[in-house]
Ligand binder design. Structure first.
Ligand code: PEP
Length: 535
């Protein structure tokens, strides 16, 4: 066996797993002997496409929501004559079926990959995935490429590839690039599949074994005796802890010395709510409304948005909901809306800056949110606020949206209007932003701006550390000033679900943490283990 290699990355989904490595880029091995007969090559390709459609449709039938949409996109591409006809044309000229299919799809993949638009880049990965699926079918490789309990490793993974694996038997994901806020990361968290991203490239060999440590954010390739001992210890801890997490999940969060905290959830896709029991949380502390804007149909109209918000508010059944206005730009481009050629998109026209630059689009969202506010406890939150005037301008638009709706006789309510605290200027001088009704600290962005290290660049991941003392002192400052000026302060970044940071956050005086849904139990347990020493 090759020597052990350890690589640090980021936790995208907690837990620990070990298993044989399956390389995500494994198309080179999918060789099939060409027959030399164009008619046979064409027939084989048609059969491979048809069997792939059936396999994907079978999988889609077991899924709902976005997961099913991704697979429907793949079926539509496979059924699209434009794609197969260029492969058939090449076969007629003597090219073998596998090469003809790869070349035909590669043209489209390259077009999609070349765009700066994240939506289309994600579709490029889905196309590459169906390319490989058809190649596997041509080579009669079936799904044996993913044995039970395998660790999928490679640059990145598509949601469809993730969904095609039976994770019930264990296994995990180790990605050289990838992001903890990607769709696959969300799927991995909701299915309890350990996932580490941003390890940087790793040289993978045949027959490698890997440990994916989604607790510490590292992977170990070809572990030695000490690595296996550490694996067993972490596994035992994880099992024991998950029993303790289950025990506190349905209880109100309280510290050992009796301080009550609210633990709310961050929602990025309404489908996430289907499998969740609302009684396990104190409400929804952040709805990332970007999901509405990543649709092939273009920008969502008011009714589409209203229905999505209504579904969320109804799920919350009287608990609070914080709807964040569109936070596009930076790592979240929206086709047709965000600016593609900014030299540094994280410092560019993103969040509230973009919404104020596109008031027509913003008004549609504010009207839908004001209508949703008539249905329950709804607050609206602005991302990336940098100066108080942005709050005034958004408030004026919100007031106008409410006045228009009232004049039209449409049920609505003026929701409270708060802000994310994620730009250092706000965290340093929170009192200047007293025109906001509440503050929610976005520790993910605050960390990247305070440490000047992007959240999606693996090479600077050790600098992008929420544990930097400067972050905690800013959090303390925001909580203290919030108390002085009478504004509620919560925290909705990933720091809030990290047991290593929870005592310090409780000690800073935060009373509300909003976390990824699968991490509610972990957060409540860490709060329960925090005592008077954190004050
Ligand atoms: C919660 C946050 O927002 P985002 O959706 O950008 O992660 C944050 O920045 O901490």
């Amino acid at each position: 066996m090759r020597p052990a290699v350890e690589r640090r990355g980021h936790v995208a989904a907690p837990g620990i797993a070990a298993g044989p490595v399956v390389r995500l880029d494994r198309t080179g091995g999918l060789r099939r002997e060409p027959s030399g007969d164009p008619a046979r090559e064409r027939a084989d390709l048609e059969a491979a496409i048809a069997s792939s459609i059936v396999a994907i449709a079978d999988l889609a039938a077991t899924l709902e929501g976005e997961a099913a949409d991704i697979l429907d996109f793949q079926i539509a591409m496979l059924e699209d004559d434009a794609l197969s006809s260029s492969a058939f044309a090449a076969i007629a000229k003597g090219v073998d079926a596998g090469t003809a299919w790869s070349d035909a799809i590669q043209v489209q993949v390259a077009d999609y990959e070349a765009t700066a638009d994240e939506y289309f880049r994600a579709r490029a990965a889905d196309l590459a995935d169906i390319r490989d699926r058809v190649l596997r079918a041509l080579a009669h490789d079936g799904d044996t490429a993913t044995p039970p309990g395998a660790v999928l490793a490679g640059n990145d993974v598509t949601p469809s590839r993730f969904l095609s694996v039976d994770w019930a038997s264990g296994g995990g994901l180790a990605l050289f690039a990838g992001s903890a806020s990607s769709h696959v990361a969300m799927l991995a968290r909701s299915r309890g599949v350990p996932m580490v991203v941003g390890t940087g490239p790793i040289d993978l060999g045949d027959n490698d074994i890997a440990i994916v440590d989604g607790e510490a954010g590292r992977i170990v390739l070809n572990p030695g005796a000490e690595d296996w001992a550490a694996y067993e210890a972490t596994r035992a801890d994880t099992v024991a802890r998950s029993g303790r997490e289950d025990a506190v999940l349905r209880l109100p969060a309280r510290t050992r010395d009796g301080r009550r905290l609210s633990v709310m959830i961050n929602v990025a896709e309404p489908e996430e709510l289907d499998a969740l029991d609302p009684t396990t949380c104190d409400g929804i502390g952040l709805v990332r409304t970007e999901f509405l804007f990543h649709r092939p149909q273009g920008l969502p109209d008011e009714e589409t948005q209203y229905r999505a918000y209504r579904r969320i508010v109804e799920w919350a059944a009287g608990r609070p909901n914080v709807l964040r206005t569109l936070d596009a730009g930076g790592d979240k481009p929206v086709p047709g809306l965000t600016i593609d050629d900014e030299s540094n998109p994280f410092l560019g026209t993103r969040g509230i800056r973009l919404s104020l630059a596109c008031p027509d689009v913003f008004m549609v969202q504010l009207r839908a949110m004001a209508r949703a506010a008539a249905l329950g406890d709804v607050k609206v939150m602005l991302p990336m606020v940098t100066v108080p005037q942005e709050i005034d301008q958004a408030a004026a638009l919100l007031n106008r949206a409410v006045a228009d709706l009232e004049a039209e006789g449409v049920a609505c309510r003026r929701p409270a209007l708060g802000i994310m605290v994620e730009v250092p200027a706000v965290a340093i001088e929170p009192a200047l932003y007293a025109n906001a009704d509440f503050f929610s600290i976005g520790s993910n962005d605050l960390t990247q701006y305070v440490t000047a290290s992007a959240r999606d660049i693996a090479a600077v991941s050790t600098l992008n550390d929420a544990g930097h003392p400067a972050i905690l002192s800013l959090i303390r400052r925001v909580v203290d000033v919030g108390r002085e000026i009478g504004r509620d302060v919560s925290l909705c970044g990933d720091m809030g679900s990290d047991p290593a940071h929870i005592p310090a956050l409780v000690g800073a005086g935060l009373a509300t943490l909003s976390v990824a849904p699968p991490l509610v139990g972990r957060t409540k347990l860490a709060i329960a283990e925090t005592g008077a020493e954190a004050s």
